[in-house]
Design a protein around this ligand. Structure first.
Ligand SMILES: Cc1cc2nc3c(=O)[nH]c(=O)nc-3n(C[C@H](O)[C@H](O)[C@H](O)COP(=O)(O)OP(=O)(O)OC[C@H]3O[C@@H](n4cnc5c(N)ncnc54)[C@H](O)[C@@H]3O)c2cc1C
Length: 441
C-alpha cells in the first residue's frame, strides 16, 4: 500500500512513522527544507492531556470582550478580509456553552491521554531524545476567581480519571521552588502530575530519522499542487519543486499540512473549519548561576495564557492568540508581554539579550478538537486542526490515523474526531470517559 503524507510537522511525521510501522510504503512531502520548520518549530513544549481544554468555554465571550481592550491580552482579533474568519468565530462562539464544552473537552482528553500513552511507549521502544521531562504541569492562578473557575475543570478531570491536585499558594512554591522569587501575588494552582514537556522540534526531527530507518521517504522543498482524482477517489498528488512537476500515485493521501490544510482541501471542494491562530514564543538561554530559580517543569499563567517551560539549558515562553489570517509578522508588543510574564513569575534567570522570538500559526478548529479520520472523499484522510495541542496529541493522532488507514481496529473511539461531526445536524459521540488504551507497537 502506497501512502503520501502532506506535511512534515509533528502531526505528519508521527503519522508517517506509525504508517510505516503498519507496513505501508510512505512518502512525506513538505515545502520546507526539513521537518518541523513551521508551527511545530518553537511551541511552548507542553505535553498536557490534563490541560486539554477547548478555548471555546462558557464565559469566554465576555472575557474576550475585556481582553480586546487590555495591553497584555492573550487574544487579539484583526479582520483578515475573509468571510471565513467571521464564520469560524461564530462557530467557536456557538461552542461556548456548558454542554458543548464538556463534550469537546472529553473528546480532547480522550485523544490527548491516548497520545501520552503512545509517546511513553515510543520513548520506551526507541529511547527517542528531545529534552523531555515527565514532571507534570502547573496551571497558576493569580486570583481567587480563577481558583473557583477551575472547579469546572476539576469536575471533568475527576470524571475522566486524570490525576490532579489543587494547590494553595504555599504548596505551589513547594512544587515549583523558583516561584518563591516571583513578585506576583499567586492565589493557587492546578497540578497535573502526569503531564510532560519536551522540545517538539527536536522530537519531530528525531522521529523523522526513525521513520526513515523504517523506509519512509521524505521529499523536502516540494510543494503540493493538486490531487489526482479518478471520479470521487483521490489516487495521489501532483507536486512541484526546482526540478519540475511530478505525479505521485498512491492508495491513500493524508493531509497533515497544519493551518494550510484548509486552502489545500479547498482544491477538492472540501470545507475544513481550520483557522490559523497565531501565537508567539521566546526561547532564552538559562543563566547558569541562576538555574535553581528556573522552573523544574512548566508553568502556565492562567491570567495571560502564557506557558513557561524548562528545556535542558533553555527556557521557552509561549502563548497568545491572534486571529489575523496567515500574517507571520513578528509583533514587538507580544514579545513585551512574554517578557513581562516571564519576569513576573521567574525573574532574572535568563539571558534576555540572547532571546529568539518566533511566531507560528496553530491550526485551530472552532470546537478545539482536531480532525482525525476519513475526509468523506475516498482515498483522502485528514490529520489536522490540532490547534493549541498538536504536540500533546501528535503520537496518538498519528497512531490512530495509521490504524484507520491500515483497516485495523482503532484503540480509542474515533467517530467523533472525523470531519463528519461538522456536517449540518451531525452530533456523533457522547461525552465518554478517556479510554485507558493498550498501546501496542
Ligand atoms: C506559540 C505556540 C505555542 C504552542 N504550544 C503548544 C504546547 O505547549 N503544546 C502543544 O501540544 N501544542 C502547542 N502548540 C500547538 C502545536 O505547535 C501545533 O498544534 C502543531 O505544531 C501543529 O502541527 P502540524 O504538523 O499540524 O502543523 P505544522 O507544524 O505547521 O506542519 C505542517 C507542514 O505542512 C507543510 N505544508 C503546508 N502547505 C504545504 C504545501 N502546499 N506543500 C507542501 N507542504 C506544505 C508545512 O511546510 C509544514 O511543515 C503551540 C503553538 C504555538 C504557535
Amino acid at each position: 500500500m502506497k501512502v503520501v503524507v502532506i506535511g512534515s510537522g509533528v502531526i505528519g511525521v508521527s503519522t508517517a512513522y506509525y504508517l510505516a510501522q503498519a507496513g505501508m510504503q510512505v512518502t512525506v512531502i513538505d515545502r520546507q527544507p526539513a521537518a518541523a520548520e513551521e508551527t511545530s518549530f518553537a511551541n511552548a513544549g507542553q505535553i498536557s492531556p490534563g490541560y486539554s481544554t477547548p478555548w471555546a468555554a462558557p464565559g469566554i465571550p465576555l472575557k474576550a470582550m475585556k481582553w480586546l481592550f487590555q495591553k497584555h491580552a492573550p487574544l487579539a482579533i484583526q479582520p483578515d478580509g475573509s468571510l471565513f474568519q467571521w464564520r469560524w468565530l461564530l462557530q467557536m462562539l456557538a461552542n461556548c456553552n456548558t454542554e458543548d464544552y464538556a463534550l469537546n473537552k472529553s473528546r480532547m482528553l480522550r485523544l490527548a491521554t491516548y497520545s501520552r500513552d503512545c509517546l511513553d511507549a515510543l520513548r520506551e521502544q526507541t529511547a527517542i531524545a528531545y529534552e523531555g521531562r515527565q514532571q507534570g504541569t502547573l496551571q497558576v492562578f493569580r486570583t481567587q476567581a480563577q481558583v473557583d473557575a477551575a472547579q469546572r475543570d476539576v469536575t471533568i478531570l475527576k470524571e475522566t480519571g486524570i490525576r490532579h491536585q489543587m494547590l494553595d499558594s504555599k504548596q505551589l512554591i513547594e512544587r515549583e521552588p523558583g516561584l518563591a522569587h516571583s513578585p506576583a501575588a499567586l492565589a493557587g494552582a492546578l497540578w497535573l502530575p502526569d503531564d510532560q514537556t519536551g522540545d517538539c522540534h527536536l522530537f519531530t526531527q528525531a522521529l523523522a530519522k526513525l521513520a526513515e530507518q523504517l523506509g519512509v521517504r521524505f521529499v523536502y522543498n516540494t510543494q503540493l499542487e493538486s490531487f489526482i482524482e479518478v471520479g470521487k477517489q483521490v489516487m495521489g498528488v501532483v507536486v512541484s519543486n526546482a526540478q519540475g512537476t511530478q505525479r505521485l500515485n498512491a492508495n491513500h493521501v493524508v493531509l497533515a499540512a497544519g493551518s494550510f490544510s484548509r486552502p489545500l482541501a479547498q482544491r477538492l471542494a472540501l470545507d475544513l473549519p481550520v483557522y490559523p491562530l497565531k501565537g508567539y514564543s521566546l526561547t532564552l538561554p538559562l543563566k547558569v548561576e541562576h538555574a535553581s530559580r528556573a522552573p523544574v517543569s512548566t508553568v502556565t499563567d492562567e491570567t495571560y495564557k502564557v506557558a513557561i517551560t524548562r528545556f535542558d539549558e533553555r527556557i521557552r515562553v509561549g502563548g497568545m492568540a491572534e486571529l489575523s489570517g496567515y500574517d507571520l509578522r513578528l509583533n514587538p508588543h507580544r514579545k513585551a508581554t512574554l517578557n513581562m510574564v516571564l519576569e513576573s513569575l521567574f525573574p532574572g534567570m535568563t539571558e534576555p539579550a540572547q532571546a529568539s522570538f518566533w511566531t507560528g500559526l496553530r491550526p485551530m478548529t472552532p470546537d478545539g478538537t482536531p480532525i482525525v479520520g476519513a475526509s468523506g472523499r475516498p482515498g483522502l484522510w485528514l490529520n489536522t486542526g490540532h490547534g493549541t495541542l498538536g504536540w500533546t496529541m501528535a503520537c496518538g493522532s498519528g497512531k490512530l490515523l495509521a490504524d484507520l488507514v491500515a483497516g485495523k481496529p482503532a484503540q480509542i473511539q474515533s467517530d467523533d474526531l472525523a470531519l463528519a461531526r461538522y456536517r449540518p445536524g451531525a452530533r456523533p459521540g457522547t461525552p465518554a470517559p478517556a479510554v485507558s488504551a493498550q498501546v501496542g507497537a
